[in-house]
Structure formats: structure tokens, C-alpha cells
Design a protein around this ligand. Structure first.
Ligand SMILES: Nc1ncnc2c1ncn2[C@@H]1O[C@H](COP(=O)(O)OP(=O)(O)O)[C@@H](O)[C@H]1O
Ligand SMILES: [Mg+2]
Length: 367
């Protein structure tokens, strides 16, 4: 049972402010992922939660109790690093036992905890090997085992999968999720990879420049990003953006881009528009829909564009093109071969349009 409360947390390194006032309540047994570009303060947050960095200002609570001055060992948290941080001269078994021996646990308890972790992680065959004799994935398992044997109240992960190849990364990601579900331990996970964030998190916390830009469930963040930065950061390929402005006619607002006009729904975006206001329209790749020739007679295409290049992924094809000087990518759900320079028709799925203030980048939504 562990909740983590962060109140106005600040971290200052000399004259550099790495974290500028973070407020967050982390629920018991939840999986929270901090995501954001490199340097935004994710590791600093995690290290403060672990007790490895002094909190410059603010309050951190574990189960309601202030722990700012509690040393790492007494916080009941265990951290897994990208670099694994295993002892190279110890065997896997010795690596797993080490922290428990330091805590002077009785030998039978040590054996029982180690066995439990070994079974959970299926690392029995490597117990007598040294880290250098293990693959990256095996090392990562041992690093997790070392956290599990401590039976912590909170698991902390700092980009644990960054050193693995793509296939193994996907596999380990699923294992971490399963493990957390099984152990029901409050988990805080840091990554710059938005796919990891989307797939692992109960709650995603998007950070930028030392502040939380938005927190919410993966679907909330994906469907209702608070601003253009988050809209572009979450989702692959990223959301396409088109600059434009508002044209008002008898109280009805229209988005006017380079060479196209789109209606602005009052129910989705409200009524607070004025003539000439700068806007940015956002469409995810699946919402710029290629119109197949065979059907084109029935559909009114919004624009024509020559295909620059394609990525055929088997189950879908990504079409890279540009329109009126704006590059965009469209997702073709029913792929066929598309030649380079082929002219295709595209239609915006207006119901899925996002709108951002052209000056501040903030999302526009009906109140
Ligand atoms: N020990 C340190 N001394 C000075 N600056 C640091 C230190 N650790 C991190 N920083 C700075 O704090 C900012 C946040 O770093 P970090 O938390 O490691 O980012 P992230 O994990 O999101 O990539 C960066 O600008 C980084 O250069
Ligand atoms: Mg980091």
C-alpha cells in the first residue's frame, strides 16, 4: 500500500532550475509514467522520489507521511536503471542477495525472497553467471529481480529498456506491465518514448522544461491534448499541423488554411472566435484519409497531392506528402501499392480535427 504525494516540488542545480514546481498525487497500485523530451527533468523527479537527490523546495509524502529527509533505504522504494547497475564481479544470485544481506535479513528469508523473484522472472538458469555472461534482456531481468526482492512499496524505473533492441524492448515492456499487475506495487516509470508511455501507463504525466504540461489517462492525453506540444509529442507518426486563421460569417466561424476551408464545430470548439484570429489545425495521420480512385465519384475530396514517399508496413501504409507547403503524413488503412509521385486525393476527417491557438499553442475546446 503506497501513495506518493508531490507538492510544489522544485529542484535547483546551482543556477539551473531542473524542476519548477511539480504537483502530483500518485494513487496506490497505479502505474504512472513520466514522459517528455530529454532534459525535461524526468530523472531528476525520480531521483528525488528515490531520495538520491535532495528536494530543493516542496513536500514529498509517502502514504501521507513527509519523507523529504528520509534516507533512500528507509523509504521502501526500489529503483531500476537503464544501465542495470549490477555488480560485475558478483553472480546473479549474489546480486539478488546483496541488498538483503546489507539489511541483515535472516538467511531463510533471503532465500525465500530470492526464489520468489527468480521464479517470477524465470532467471533460474543464470543464477551462477556473472552479468557479463548475460544478454541485455537477461541483465534487465536481474536488475528488476534486485528491485523485487526488496519488496518495496514503490517501484521506480528510469528508462529501463533504452539499451535493448526494438523487439526485446516490446517483449520486456509487456513483461513489466504483467509483473506490475501481478505484484500490485505502485510504480513510477520514466521514459522519453511515448509508445512506452501509452502502453504501460494508467496515468501519463507529460513533462517539459521542468513542469508538468498535462497528466491523465493515455486516452485522455491522446484525444484531448492540452496544447500543441503534447498533441505533437503523443502519437506516432505525429499529428499534422496546418496554419490558418478564422473567417467569421454571420456568427459562424470557419478555419481558412492555405487553399482549403473547414467548418469549426460550435459544440466541439465553442463560440469564442474572432475574424482573422490565428489558428493551427491538427489532424492525426489516420484523419487525413486517402480517397481511393474507385470510390472517388461519390466522395468530394478536399485536396489533391503528389505522394513524396511511402512506408509500407504491411498492415498499413504511411503516405508522406505535402499540401500548400505543409508536409503531412497520412495513414492508409487498406494498403495497396502506391507509386512515388502518384497523385492522390485526400479528405480531412473534420470530426477529428484539433484546433490550437496559433499564438499560444493552447488547445481550443468548448467550455
Ligand atoms: N547533477 C546535475 N547537475 C547539474 N545539472 C543537472 C544535474 N542533473 C541533471 N541536470 C540538468 O537538469 C535538467 C534535467 O535533467 P534530467 O532530469 O536528467 O532530464 P531527463 O531525465 O528528463 O532527460 C537538465 O537540464 C540537466 O542538464
Ligand atoms: Mg533521464
Amino acid at each position: 500500500m503506497a501513495t506518493v504525494g508531490l507538492k510544489d516540488i522544485v529542484k535547483v542545480y546551482g543556477r539551473h532550475i531542473a524542476v519548477r514546481g511539480v504537483d502530483l498525487e500518485i494513487q496506490d497500485k497505479s502505474f504512472t509514467v513520466f514522459v517528455g523530451p530529454s532534459g525535461c527533468g524526468k530523472s531528476t523527479m525520480l531521483r528525488m522520489i528515490a531520495g538520491l537527490e535532495i528536494i530543493s523546495h516542496g513536500e514529498m509524502r509517502l502514504d501521507g507521511k513527509i519523507v523529504n529527509d528520509t534516507p533512500p533505504r528507509e523509504r521502501g522504494v526500489a529503483m531500476v536503471f537503464q544501465s542495470y547497475a549490477l555488480y560485475p564481479h558478483k553472480t546473479v544470485r549474489q546480486n539478488l542477495e546483496f541488498s538483503l544481506k546489507l539489511e541483515k535479513l535472516p538467511p531463510d528469508q533471503i532465500a525465500s525472497r530470492v526464489n520468489k523473484a527468480v521464479n517470477l522472472l524465470e532467471i533460474e538458469p543464470y543464477l551462477d553467471r556473472k552479468p557479463a555472461q548475460l544478454s541485455g534482456g537477461q541483465r534487465q531481468r536481474v536488475a528488476m529481480g534486485r528491485a523485487i526482492v526488496r519488496e518495496p512499496k514503490v517501484f521506480l524505473f528510469d528508462e529501463p529498456l533504452s539499451n535493448l533492441d526494438a523487439k526485446l524492448r516490446n517483449q520486456m515492456r509487456i513483461e513489466i506491465k504483467k509483473l506490475q499487475r501481478r505484484l500490485q506495487v505502485t510504480t513510477i516509470y520514466v521514459t522519453h518514448d511515448q509508445v512506452e508511455a501509452m502502453t504501460l501507463a494508467d496515468v501519463i504525466v507529460v513533462m517539459r522544461d521542468g513542469v508538468i504540461e498535462q497528466s491523465g489517462t493515455p486516452m485522455q492525453i491522446f484525444e484531448s491534448p492540452a496544447n500543441q506540444f503534447i498533441a505533437g509529442f503523443i502519437g506516432t507518426p505525429q499529428m499534422n499541423f496546418f496554419a490558418g486563421s478564422v473567417s467569421m460569417s454571420r456568427g459562424v466561424a470557419t478555419f481558412v488554411g492555405e487553399g482549403f476551408k473547414l467548418p469549426i464545430s460550435k459544440s466541439r470548439f465553442g463560440t469564442g472566435f474572432e475574424e482573422g484570429q490565428n489558428l493551427t489545425a491538427g489532424f492525426r495521420p489516420e484523419d487525413i484519409v486517402p480517397q481511393e480512385r474507385s470510390k472517388s465519384a461519390k466522395l468530394s475530396a478536399d485536396f489533391l497531392s503528389a505522394i513524396g514517399f511511402t512506408e509500407m508496413l504491411g498492415n498499413e501504409t504511411l503516405l508522406f506528402s505535402s499540401y500548400a507547403g505543409t508536409e503531412f503524413v497520412s495513414r492508409m488503412a487498406q494498403p495497396r501499392f502506391v507509386a512515388q509521385d502518384e497523385i492522390m486525393k485526400f479528405k480531412f476527417n473534420v470530426e477529428k480535427m484539433h484546433l490550437f491557438d496559433g499564438d499560444t499553442g493552447m488547445s481550443i475546446r468548448a467550455a
